[in-house]
Design a protein around this ligand. Sequence first.
Ligand code: FAD
Length: 400
Amino acid sequence: MAIYVEAAKCIGCEACIPACPYAAIEMVDDIATFTEDCTSCGACAYACPTGAIVLEMGARDEVDTTEYSGIWVVGEVSSDNELAGVTAELLGEAKRLAADLDDAEVSVVVMGHNIDHLAAAAAGWGADKIYMVDHEVLARYRTGPFTDVLTGLINKHKPEIVLYGATTKGRDFASRVAARIKAGLTADCTELSINPETKLLEQTRPAFGGNVMATILCEFTRPQMATVRPKVMSPQDFVEGAEAEVVPINVSLDEKTVATKILEVIHDDSGSDVNLTEADIIVSGGRGLGGPEHFAVVEELANALGAAVGASRATVDAGWIPATHQVGQTGKTVHPKLYIACGISGAVQHLAGMSSSDCIVAINKDPDAPIFNVAHYGIVGDLFQVVPAMVAALKEKGRV
Ligand SMILES: Cc1cc2nc3c(=O)[nH]c(=O)nc-3n(C[C@H](O)[C@H](O)[C@H](O)COP(=O)(O)OP(=O)(O)OC[C@H]3O[C@@H](n4cnc5c(N)ncnc54)[C@H](O)[C@@H]3O)c2cc1C
């Protein structure tokens, strides 16, 4: 990848200077000129109004894969300025992969504002090195500045593997970075491993409606990048007081150059803001409920157990419940201690999102329903009799 200025096209407007996150452009004789801090992130090329700055991508066989090493996790910072759970999970997975890559270094990139306290958390979850990028423009995730910063870091430090959470932010971010650096990206992986012979990252994900598991390789480009859904990988045990090398990264970001502005953050208090992925207990309803009004049956059991309410896609598609409740391949992947499926048949796409739950209880009137193949406890019966009986039993025990 190379970046250069076509002097004849440069009009000396200086639009590139505030666009550069690494303050690596100065004007020499009214022509934009790169300093040695340039990371070829390309932010200036996008800001240049005359096309004078050219970002040239090499052909795929020009990428020297031997220059790349180490595994990076892109840290996600939650709205309360803490490290999101998915980052701990990715660090755990990165450590496991590193063991098969001659103990490669595991680093995490944390971008945000007032984030010093996150270094201890990242170290405790297993990071060997932490790149800390603290700037007020990064206080909340926005595609533009986050992409500029991470692209520059990747170009400079050349990690071999980069992992992102397949969250709303991670999906948006990873795809933009992949396009900018012309690297491959495998979305929504459920399994990662290192091929013992080629040392390539094997990125496995469901394909063709979940009927086939596809393993994808990025042989020619670097880094090899993947998004992984929350709750699919397990974190390592947290090590209190663990130490890691902290690398502060100075960036020069100008709010005026960011195309998107966050005017207000509005929390969804409509009841549809369900944190299924964090819930310890989930009670889910399926088409067996027969209509939207009968979700009350599921909600009553959920309330009694302090559980979140989940749903099959059939009920979401029917408009019985908002999509934020959907569990499964195109919904959320969950890993609760207890998952109670009420009137759900157990289609492979539903199982893709919940079959790793610690304990699954299925209630279905069809004894041959596939959900019973994954259930630890199966109740063959009418949910309209079984679920109220469960609630009554909980009431009897003083739980409600
Ligand atoms: C690309 C793709 C992605 C998909 N993604 C998802 C996904 O993310 N999540 C998802 O859930 N699905 C997904 N699906 C849809 C999936 O294939 C099924 O259609 C869906 O899961 C079925 O939902 P269900 O089990 O609620 O309904 P059904 O399959 O209709 O099952 C209803 C069950 O209720 C039982 N029942 C009926 N009445 C009662 C009663 N009174 N008491 C007890 N049991 C009763 C029936 O015996 C039956 O087993 C996807 C499909 C495709 C093609």
